[in-house]
Ligand binder design. Structure first.
Ligand code: BJ8
Length: 423
């Protein structure tokens, strides 16, 4: 990475700890990603983005701010990127996927809380994430209990708006979410010093839909047997989607998909045709958490789909583009966002149906159900998913883990036994 010390200093970051973080990440990335055989050439762009993750992209964000724009950090798919974009903001996904700042987070949070929350809060407290430090404010939401209370902690360090996401998709729940869109819009208008209008929202909807279409196209290639791209690479792309420049990201994904389609014609894949095809389902795998994908793929299987927010949930439904007024656009946004099947909702029957559909569409041989420790909603929902998969004759293995490497050996043994069973 170029020397960005001055920039990081201007963001009041802890340079020593940050430097250690970059060293560790560089090494882990080289081991997990750059060592893969037979990668598509189009992955060079994403390697470059990761190489510049705390450099060039941050410079771009700061330039955006210098021109009067703002940066809004968020942690959940229920925060609508379109409204942030329509008011001149850039949305950035800030969820943390590393264990480095756990001790710092535990100064304010209990030990028995989801690692994603601890990591996210810890990154802010330790001042080692330039995305956090570039953000003007955060938009939290009321999805799970841990996050809901973490916003109160974070609000002491950075202004944090909280969006009320209902837990039931009833008529009243839908009304609540729709009203929350309007409330958020007011806050964003203040931040962007602009009045939101039909044309800006239309442009933002198209921008986001194109990004979703690009990701859907990429995932389509993974339905082929064998998949032309590793699950690890596909996961990385889903993770980069949360912070990269949107038009550039969309064009890069589309270009890669073109290459993947050619690889399919020529029969090129990182995997043997006989490699078991695995769906990862459950909690998000947030950058730089590549643990399960790496273990599964180094055990000889191919991850072909992620039923997760770092996967299908990110792109699966488009926002209706035919609205004729701002009101209709808000209705369309509410419909689209409330179609996301997160386990924070009750009931959440649609998610199980979707998992079965994906299993069929992606020719899945087995499902690895991924839950983060203390994520009660995904953990509890396992029983229902397991029952449905067993009835459909699809083997499933639940892995409950955190961000440390301590359980990697044990997980590897369980995955290998699971793959044996599938074979
Ligand atoms: S839409 S999955 S991003 S809430 S893993 S912090 S739920 S205890 S991340 Fe999520 Fe939105 Fe749902 Fe997606 Fe809580 Fe569970 Fe931790 Fe979680």
């Amino acid at each position: 990475m170029n020397n960005y010390d001055e920039m990081w200093k201007s963001l009041n970051m802890d340079l020593d700890t940050h430097c250690k973080l970059l060293d560790v990440l560089g090494q882990v990335y080289a081991d997990i990603y750059l060592n893969q055989d037979n990668r598509p050439e189009g992955m060079e762009y994403f390697d470059f983005v990761v190489g510049e993750v705390h450099g060039l992209r941050i410079k771009e964000l700061l330039e955006h701010k210098a021109k009067g724009g703002f940066i809004a950090g968020a942690f959940c798919l229920f925060v609508p990127d379109e409204l942030i974009l329509a008011t001149g903001g850039i949305p950035i996904g800030l969820c943390g996927g590393a264990d480095l700042t756990t001790a710092k987070a535990e100064e304010f949070l209990p030990r028995n809380i989801c690692p994603l929350i601890k990591s996210s809060v810890g990154f802010k407290l330790a001042r080692i994430c330039p995305y956090f430090e570039s953000s003007d404010f955060l938009i939290g939401e009321t999805t799970c209990d841990g996050k809901k209370k973490a916003w109160e902690v974070l609000n002491n360090f950075i202004p944090t708006q909280v969006m009320h996401v209902p837990h039931m998709k009833t008529e009243s729940g839908k009304r609540v979410y729709r009203m929350e869109l309007e409330r958020l819009m007011g806050k964003l208008e203040e931040a962007g010093k602009t009045k939101i209008g039909f044309e800006q929202v239309k442009k933002a909807i198209e921008l986001m839909n194109n990004k979703r279409r690009a990701l859907a196209g990429l995932y389509e290639t993974r339905k082929h047997q064998p998949s032309p791209i590793s699950g690890k690479d596909a996961l990385l792309i889903s993770q980069v989607a949360f912070y990269d420049d949107i038009p550039r990201f969309t064009a890069s994904v589309n270009k890669l998909t073109g290459e993947l389609n050619k690889r399919i014609e020529k029969g090129i894949s990182p995997f043997a045709r006989t490699a078991p095809r695995i769906m990862l389902s459950g909690c998000p795998s947030v950058v730089p958490n590549w643990k399960l994908h790496h273990i599964i793929e180094t055990s000889g299987a191919s991850v072909v789909v992620e039923e997760a927010c770092t996967g299908t949930r990110y792109f699966e439904t488009l926002v209706d583009e035919s609205s004729a007024s701002l009101n209709e656009q808000l209705d369309a946004l509410a419909r689209r966002y409330l179609s996301i099947n997160c386990s924070c909702f009750t009931p959440n029957n649609e998610r199980t149906r979707q998992i079965l559909d994906y299993a069929r569409e992606y020719h899945v041989d087995g499902v690895v159900y991924n839950t983060l420790q203390f994520c009660h909603t995904y953990n509890i929902e396992y029983t229902r998913v397991e029952k449905a998969l067993k009835e459909a004759g699809i083997p499933v293995l639940r892995i409950e883990t955190d961000y440390t490497a301590e359980d990697a050996g044990q997980i590897q043994t369980r995955i290998e036994a699971f793959l044996e069973q599938i074979r």
